[in-house]
Design a protein around this ligand. Structure first.
Ligand code: ADP
Ligand code: MG
Length: 332
């Protein structure tokens, strides 16, 4: 009698254990299959991270967004807590290591691009009124005066300190900081074991791994505002778009936008948007601005020389041109 009870008990135990195992196995699979997403307004834009992973994916996404928030404060020269605010307003040298490192990268791109990319355009952005809500066309004399304060040659990094060689120089990392933030968020996701994710920080995107075994499909916005021009299929690549539609005003039928040609002091002419694809999000961000300033021919040539970078440009007239690698990834 005792052995029979024991047998029944054992049978119940085995069935119970199997049931428990199957529930936890299913839960495990579900959790692994689930796409988690969180969004916040960061760096003056809508930022969303979507990722696939086990139970604590949401928490990991939260940490990545916190990191972007930290960069937003630290790298924003308009924010009084940023060392760049002190640099611009009080000429205090910047000793922060990650800011100096990013500025070193920016200076290299300035040199390579013959000055088309230049983080010292700040006084121009200010003069044209793009830091406040009422931009306007300044007089030619004021633009010429302003150009004396700009030029990356007025900056120097000596022994880990960013210093001014000309007291009037000011910096703005708006063309490169979003790419840096995407890269830092990516590090957090990867270190936590995430294999599949999409980080979208306004026009700066990183596609990590694949979505359900296939490359991520990312749409490229139509610069005229109606839907998308097409899409690219990407995996482990970043994508950055700079467009004249992001921040602009119109006067006498001319569109004036926020990407400046550091040589003329006027918004760069000729293009409506530039999209760059490359493995490094910092480079993608900086190059989309650079190519926007360089224009179609010089810009595409520059992408080729930059190595591992592919570009697509849309001219003012709506003509689309691609580098050969971009064309292969592009689908209508
Ligand atoms: P967005 O910030 O709209 O994504 P970009 O990455 O192209 O676009 O950055 C544009 C910002 O970069 C401007 O708002 C300005 O602060 C700064 N900027 C403008 N012209 C230049 C330039 N030639 N080189 C470097 N930075 C620039
Ligand atoms: Mg940029």
């Amino acid at each position: 009698m005792q052995t029979k009870t024991l047998k029944i008990f054992s049978l119940f135990f085995i069935i119970f254990a199997l049931a428990l195992l199957s529930v936890s196995f299913r839960n495990g699979l579900n959790r692994r299959d689930e796409q988690q997403k969180q969004a916040r307004i960061l760096m003056d834009t809508y930022c969303a991270i979507q990722a696939q992973g086990s139970g604590n994916t949401l928490k990991i996404i939260g940490k990545a967004l916190d990191r972007i928030e930290e960069i937003d404060k630290k790298f924003n020269s308009l924010n009084p807590v940023s060392p760049l605010f002190g640099f611009n307003e009080e000429n205090s040298p910047v000793t922060d290591r990650e800011i100096c490192q990013l500025i070193r990268t920016a200076l290299k791109i300035s040199e390579k691009s013959g000055g088309a990319f230049d983080i010292t355009v700040e006084p121009l952005v200010r003069l044209w009124g793009f830091y406040n809500k009422t931009p306007s066309v300044p007089g030619k004399g004021r633009i010429i005066e302003c150009l004396k304060k700009t030029g990356y040659g007025h900056l120097a990094i000596k022994e880990g300190r960013l210093e001014k060689l000309n007291k009037s120089v000011r910096v703005d990392l708006g063309a490169i900081a979003k790419g840096y933030a995407v890269g830092e968020a990516l590090k957090i996701l990867k270190n936590a074991g995430i294999k599949s994710a999409l980080i979208d920080l306004g026009g700066d995107i990183y596609a990590l791994g694949k979505l359900e075994g296939k490359p991520w499909k990312v749409g490229i916005r139509n610069p005229d505002g109606k839907g998308i021009l097409g899409m690219v299929e990407v995996s482990d690549l970043s994508l950055s778009t700079s467009g004249s539609y992001e921040r602009f005003f119109e006067k006498d039928g001319i569109r004036y936008h926020h990407i400046f040609d550091p040589k003329t002091g006027y918004p760069a002419r000729g293009l409506k948007s530039v999209t760059v694809i490359c493995p490094d999000p910092v480079l993608a961000d900086a190059l989309s601005t650079t190519i926007f300033v360089l224009g179609r021919e010089k810009g595409l040539e520059f992408a080729k020389k930059a190595g591992k970078a592919e570009a697509m440009v849309v001219t003012d007239k709506g003509e689309i041109s691609f580098s050969s690698g971009f064309k292969k990834l592009f689908k209508k």
